[in-house]
Design a protein around this ligand. Structure first.
Ligand SMILES: Nc1ncnc2c1ncn2[C@@H]1O[C@H](COP(=O)(O)OP(=O)(O)OP(=O)(O)O)[C@@H](O)[C@H]1O
Ligand SMILES: [Mg+2]
Length: 259
């Protein structure tokens, strides 16, 4: 079943006297249960595309379908029941949480708001998810500033998956983390993915990281998808010069790291 489809999606930004074509005619579909990576250099339009799909920003042109339904012109009210089903996790987990409230209260509130489980079960439900991401439930009593980046990113994952989403966009969620924690978070996402039958769009500039989690890939350059398909095939046999550059930049970083 088709989970997401976008058709001729465009988003331009007027900056100074110029026009930035952040997303410039993107077409694709993602089937239920698939994990796609969206890779591309900085500024290629990955985050903008992610936000467009979830209607966090409005497109200039094009259409977005979720479960076969055209949501492009859905109002805030029409989107509300879908909000729970489509979640996005961002690079900086500090932006996910309000610094003045305890982590737990913030997660409980969103679970209550979306009525995911009965009120009296909310805390047990979240504690269970904390265990699943290997975090001690006491962390729920802390403030965002009291946690490490890796802990907070796990909390952001708990917050997103506590809503039982169908479609999850992860935008550079491991980029700011140490390599060992990156691996843990990716393994965690894989486990969650199969447990929850999630459909995932995993945004990263690093095609090496993308290979660890995704089966398929969209390669984005200057607002356009220039290449797409099975990630292993593209990794070993890229068609575009641009894709070759993305791959060799990953390989050269690895070599430097190993020396
Ligand atoms: N709100 C905005 N106003 C003006 N320009 C914007 C806005 N958002 C994004 N852009 C521009 O659109 C282009 C695409 O940005 P976007 O953040 O989508 O890229 P990205 O691929 O996510 O990059 P990165 O890997 O650095 O996160 C960039 O040139 C960016 O400066
Ligand atoms: Mg981005």
């Amino acid at each position: 079943m088709e989970k997401i489809r976008v058709r001729n999606l465009k988003k331009y930004f007027k900056v100074g006297g110029g026009l930035i074509k952040a997303v410039d005619g993107v077409d694709f579909s993602i089937n239920e249960g698939e994990v796609y990576a969206l890779v591309g250099e900085s500024g290629s339009g990955k985050s903008t595309l992610g936000k467009l799909i979830l209607k966090l920003i409005e497109p200039d042109e094009g259409e977005i379908f979720f479960n076969g339904i055209n949501i492009t012109r859905f109002s805030k009210e029409q989107m509300r029941p879908l909000r729970r089903k489509m979640q996005m996790i961002f690079q900086d987990p500090f932006t996910t949480f309000n610094p003045i409230y305890k982590i737990g209260n913030q997660i409980f509130e969103s679970v209550k708001f979306h009525k995911v489980v009965e009120h009296s079960f909310v805390e047990d439900y979240v504690v269970q998810l904390m265990r699943f991401v290997a975090l001690h439930p006491d962390i729920l009593k802390k403030y965002p500033s009291q946690l490490s980046g890796g802990q907070l990113q796990r909390c952001a994952i708990v917050r997103a998956i506590s809503l039982k989403p169908e479609f999850l966009i992860c935008d550079e969620i491991v980029s700011a983390l140490d390599v060992s924690i990156q691996v843990q978070i990716i393994e965690l996402l894989k486990a969650l993915k199969s447990e929850l039958n999630l459909t995932v769009l995993f945004i990263t500039h690093d095609i090496g990281v993308a290979r660890r989690i995704a089966d398929k890939v969209f390669v984005m350059r200057a607002g356009k998808i220039v290449e797409s398909g099975i990630i292993e095939k593209i990794f070993y046999n890229p068609e575009h010069e641009y894709t070759k550059r993305l791959i060799s930049s990953v390989l050269s970083i690895k070599t430097q790291g190993e020396n």
